[in-house]
Design a protein around this ligand. Sequence first.
Ligand code: MN
Length: 324
Amino acid sequence: MVEKTLERLRWEKGRILVVSHIDPDGDAVGSTLALYHFLKKIGKTVDVVLKDPVPRNLEFLPGVHEILQDPQLPYDLTVVVDASSFSRTGFDPVPEFGEILRIDHHITGDQYSPFDYLDNTQPSCGLLILHLIRAYDPEIIDRDIATCLFTALSTDTGSFKYLNSDPEVFEAAADLVRKGAHPGEIAKLVYQRKSLTSVRIQARVLQNLKIVANGRVAYVVVTRKDLEETGALPEETDSLANYVLSIEGVAVGIKFLEDEGFWRISFRGKGVVDLAAIAESLGGGGHRNASGARVPGTQEEVVSKVLSIVENALHSLDLNTVAL
Ligand SMILES: [Mn+2]
């Protein structure tokens, strides 16, 4: 599959767009930038677009200042990276995006082209981009590409902690380190540059942490008022779903973040529930252990709707046999 995708990219003589999902994470930003650097290096005309701002801790990634917030239509080919469907990019699928090609480490969602590259055996989209670039020429991987891909891999494996960290992941990481990625530097930049406001908002919303479903679900709610009174930005609440998931016995961590007229919901899991399916049932998307959706309604409506879906999914499982 990777060869076909690569061939399609090689044929393209026109304008290419590389785009990923709203609320971009390390895999989204790292993978799109790595693909962007690669396509530029092989002489393509390419733009990279992310609708939402890049999280502050990822602003060190090489090429980040070349990311546009609006597509410069028209394109001949649009590559949707790390997203289950075009709609996850936050843009309307007008014909001016040209032919659509999807690269994702998730096989559910929409298919667009016989040249799609979908492989759910890989823990990070960064690895798909790595395989694609290697299929062209491994020598083309420079320090910039290696840094973007190592960051994608590190963030989507939870710093190589998740169950999906198999030997291939460490081999790929070793290769990227050989090509110039610095794991210690990247870890410091990604994980140890929290803003004071992000710590303050965490302290505030954690006071209202709720544990439900017999201790299996932990959730927090972040309102506009919480953001205003702490001065925190919405993206500074990014780690909260993961943080509450870290509680012993909790299988699903959820963050509800108020936006204008809707709630942004982040799900994080320990592998027992398919959170991609839950997010998709709410019109969102993502992966088994990390997904998101945007749901309109009041706080009470949205929280009770989401919790009942999650509790239903947990209900059918025997959690006494799993280590949590
Ligand atoms: Mn990903």
